[in-house]
Design a protein around this ligand. Structure first.
Ligand code: WT7
Length: 650
């Protein structure tokens, strides 16, 4: 079938029976009620049904997108809770022996499982350990770990105490880790001796030590021994992760609006933003969206192969699935270790029913070939999800046909660190699927496409994606910088939340996200600011100035292209390697240049502003640069273009 001229697929029939929402009409009704008819009533009802409260909330939303510029929005403001009672305690009586976590360690078939009872005990014991080390309500704890169950246990143990965790992705460099530790004011860091990924050692403790040099604020470093390799030890500061026999730790009673965690994201300026998610609203939204977007069922084996260092790991490995009493998989390795069949081998061995990954992984695996998929039994799969970047229709079709055998629903889920959970996505048994389109907003979400004139475009149309009404899962502020929050999200289009994404909507109301309209690039699902790259590159004494832009990349979604002006005319042979080493040191191994152009100058306006759109067009391989008459020196465009053409991007 076709929808608005695009190929579309009906939800697989076998999904409908047993599904929570079986028709497009039922989905539309829920959306109407949640979004337009009675948002407060809808969310309060969801909140009461899905979350265990110490005191049930009677208030829904307080504030709007105008008032939020001064004072953070609030949801469920008079409610109190501890999120671990929803994620753990509530399941003990009926489902204590159900598997909560399946840990698939780096080597295929190794790892362990934890039941809800075991997880509860470990979280209590870990909370006890942290408490004895001085962690209290409101303290910040940085977690710098790989994909081990102890990472989830550490997060939940913080939540149990009422401490605010900030997980820093294990691929970040010492300097990035240090910046985040300082920004959130953490007094304790939890790390591990070494990580293991694709057979390779990740020196987490060493990097952590480097990050902490002369940083008195961190009193304690808790080290989980994963590999038991030799690591440096600072007596008096470092303590080994050891769980006591304590099997109960009382849950601290938190206000709904108390922060649950801080997670740093990149934006268009250099400094990462500490996104603050709260206990009540976040948990309600995580739980509701996890069940609806994946059409969760009782016996599901649910696997999200993201990293807990990103929001996907927080919401859809830890908080959402555990709140829903699901079995959630934690994956330590990579999609291609030991070969490109790893995911499907896992699906087969663990009888996975719902599988959630990123387009970049799908493209890598599709390129490796179907022969890595077919040997494995994938008949348990029912829902296949993607997140992180736009998925191209080819990759979508491969996921649908080859992985899912045309029997599974594909949900292309659009959301952001800031949104806390899925915002635009199909509903597995109800909505027609369109390859490449995230399709429809979830109940409670009112997307608006804003045109260049700042006015909403009635569908169909293309423009900047905004959200017109608040939802419970959104970040409330940027840690200790509410002004920046207001400036980034609430001032672009007054009265709305601005997503920084471009989007088009068809006649049927389906949304297709085109990607960021700010200076953020999304490389293999890693969100990075071009300004972060630029500040590192200009720190090299050889670099006079530079501009970094993204360009379409077949596998990674976007690649990174740098235009660099050097101080002297001699170009060292190893310049690219040298700059990449610098980026690895300052940001992390995921920050790498794909293309480097040494240019005589940058296209600057008379006021000195670099016209990045010209560089973006060049990096894309275009040769029409539009109006360049406002440049201080228009001839530089030709000079750069000649260089780019002589060295086509790979
Ligand atoms: C940016 C947010 C949400 C968890 C992972 C990324 C892009 C995300 C999609 C999608 C097209 C997508 C957007 C967004 N993005 N999902 N399904 N289709 N684009 O979180 O690191 O905060 O990045 O990822 O550009 O703004 P994040």
């Amino acid at each position: 079938m076709e929808i608005s001229g695009k190929k579309a697929f009906l939800p697989p029939r076998e999904l409908v029976r047993g599904s929570n929402i079986q028709t497009l009409g039922a989905w539309a009704d829920e959306w109407m009620n949640a979004t337009l008819t009675d948002p407060d009533g809808f969310w309060l009802d969801v909140a009461r049904r899905r979350v265990i409260w110490r005191k049930e909330p009677t208030i829904g939303l307080e504030g709007d997108f105008h008032s939020a510029r001064r004072k953070p929005l609030r949801w469920f403001g008079d409610g109190t809770l501890n999120v671990t009672e929803t994620c753990l305690d509530q399941h003990l009586q009926k489902h204590g022996d159900k598997t909560a976590i399946i840990w698939e360690a780096d080597e295929p078939g190794t790892g362990c499982t934890l039941t809800y009872r075991e997880l509860h005990e470990k979280v209590c014991a870990a909370a006890c350990m942290l408490y004895l080390l001085g962690v209290r309500r409101g303290d910040r704890v940085v977690i710098y770990m790989g994909m081990v169950p102890e990472a989830a246990i550490a997060m939940l143990a913080c939540a149990r105490i009422g401490a605010i965790h900030s997980v820093v992705f294990g691929g970040f460099s010492a300097e990035s880790l240090r910046d985040r530790i300082i920004d959130c004011g953490a007094k304790l860091v939890i790390t591990q001796d070494e990580g293991l990924r694709g057979g390779k050692i990740v020196p987490l403790k060493r990097t952590c030590d480097q990050a902490l040099v002369d940083l008195g604020q961190v009193e304690r470093v808790v080290v989980f021994k994963r590999t038991k390799g030799e690591v440096p030890w600072t007596e008096g500061r470092d303590v080994e992760w050891k769980l006591s026999d304590a099997t109960y730790f009382p849950a601290e009673v938190m206000e709904a609006e108390d922060p649950l965690f801080i997670l740093y994201t990149s934006g268009s300026t250099g400094k990462p933003k500490g996104q603050v998610h709260t206990c009540g609203g976040y948990l309600v939204y995580a739980s509701y969206t996890h069940e609806t977007a994946f059409d969760l069922r009782d016996n599901d084996v649910y696997a999200c192969v993201a990293d807990v260092g990103w929001i996907t790991g927080h919401t859809y490995i830890v908080y959402g699935p555990l709140a829903n009493g699901a079995t959630t998989l934690l994956f330590e390795s990579t999609p291609t270790y030991p070969d490109a069949g790893r995911y499907w081998d896992m699906v087969d061995r663990h009888s996975i029913t719902v599988f959630y990954t990123a387009p970049t992984a799908i493209r890598v695996l599709a390129a490796a070939g179907d022969q890595y998929v077919f040997p494995y039994d994938r008949s348990t799969l029912r829902v296949l999800g993607t997140v992180g970047e736009p998925i191209n229709p080819d990759a979508w079709m491969w996921y649908y046909k080859i992985v899912g055998g045309e029997r599974c629903a594909i949900v292309d889920t659009w959301w952001q660190t800031e949104t806390g959970g899925i915002m635009i996505s199909g509903c597995p048994a109800a909505t027609p699927m369109i390859p490449g389109s995230a399709t429809l907003p979830l109940p409670g979400i009112l997307p608006v496409i804003v045109g260049a004139d700042g006015k909403p475009i009635r569908s169909p149309g293309t423009g900047r994606l905004c959200i017109a009404e608040p939802w419970p899962g959104m970040t409330r502020t940027i840690w200790r910088d509410h002004e920046r929050y207001a400036a980034t999200y609430l001032e672009e289009v007054p009265g709305m939340y601005f997503t920084s994404d471009g989007c088009s909507r068809d006649k049927a109301g389906n949304h297709t996200i085109s990607g960021r309209v700010d200076d953020v690039i999304n490389v293999a699902g890693h969100r990075m600011g071009t300004a972060e790259f630029e500040s590192v590159l200009t720190a090299d004494p050889l670099v006079a100035e530079c501009a970094v832009v993204g360009f379409p990349h077949e596998v990674k979604g976007q690649g990174v292209c740098a235009f660099v002006v050097l101080i002297s005319t001699t170009v060292p042979e190893d310049l690219a390697a040298r700059l990449n080493a610098l980026l690895r040191d300052k940001i992390g191994a995921h920050a790498k240049l794909d293309v480097l152009h040494i240019v005589p100058g940058l296209p600057k306006t008379r006021s000195g502003k670099c016209m990045r759109r010209i560089l973006r067009a060049m990096a894309k391989g275009e040769d029409n640069f539009g109006d360049i008459s406002t440049l201080a020196d228009p001839s530089v465009v030709q000079a750069i273009h000649d260089i780019v053409r002589a060295q086509p991007s790979s």
